[in-house]
Design a protein around this ligand. Structure first.
Ligand code: E4P
Length: 223
């Protein structure tokens, strides 16, 4: 039931990590597309400095051996806490199996169906990233896929982590976090709504006024 921050932006990651609510950071090539490919390793190192927890770094789509080599470079960014994201496909599963023999943890990403998730777990993935929002956009039910995968993994006693990704809104996040054993990675734009409520703001105004000894309570709080 851990929360991760889905971002490759150092300022966003700093702001998120300061809160102490995240178990780590997840990235993908789209989040890094403003950087030249040769500058990405440096950005990963910067992320690893800001975030002392788990970091998910995704390999670019290439041949199996190229993805494997890239993974072996990336894992050195923060040994022991780097998880290599590999896209779901036959090639991705091969990379996952190869990395398992080298004890490099992987996350099979862009998972859309329960059978893809099951195959990833059988190939030895540490985690599967299920694209909830995009599944729902395609006409299926993203939260239902999360539930099905959680049930399948529980029935088969698979320890592979389930990472709900591509989360579109807070309501979807609440539904996901009600499913046992599911972690979620959230985009920075949801961080604000994760924390705020108008009622809380009003209560804080009331506390502040009371602490000042002021009798002028905010309108909504007068009894
Ligand atoms: C997961 O690790 C991905 O980075 C991400 O959640 C994809 O989300 P998107 O559908 O908003 O691109």
């Amino acid at each position: 039931m851990a929360l991760f921050l889905d971002s490759a932006d150092p300022d966003e990651i700093r702001s998120g990590m300061d809160l102490g609510i995240y178990a780590g950071v997840t990235t993908n090539p789209v989040l890094l597309s403003n950087l030249r490919p040769e500058d990405r390793l440096e950005r990963f190192a910067e992320i690893a400095k800001i975030c002392p927890k788990s970091i998910y770094l995704q390999v670019s789509w290439k041949t199996v051996s190229e993805m494997e080599n890239q993974a072996l470079t990336y894992v050195e960014v923060a040994p022991g806490r780097t998880i290599i994201k590999v896209p779901m496909a036959a090639e991705g599963l091969k990379v996952c199996s190869l990395l398992k023999t080298r004890t490099v943890p992987t996350c099979i990403t862009a998972v859309f169906t329960p059978t893809q998730a099951y195959a990833a777990a059988c190939a030895g993935a540490h985690a599967v990233a299920i694209y909830v929002g995009r599944i729902s956009k395609s006409g299926a039910d993203g939260v239902a896929v999360i539930r099905q995968v959680a049930d399948m993994f529980a029935a088969a006693e698979l320890s592979t982590s389930i990472l709900a990704a591509s989360i579109p809104d807070i309501d979807t996040l609440i539904q996901i976090l009600s499913v046992p054993r599911v972690d979620a990675t959230i985009p920075f734009r949801l961080q604000e709504s994760l924390l705020h409520s108008k009622g809380t703001d009003e209560a804080i105004e009331e506390f502040t006024a009371a602490a000042r000894g002021s009798t002028n309570q905010p309108a909504g709080l007068q009894s």
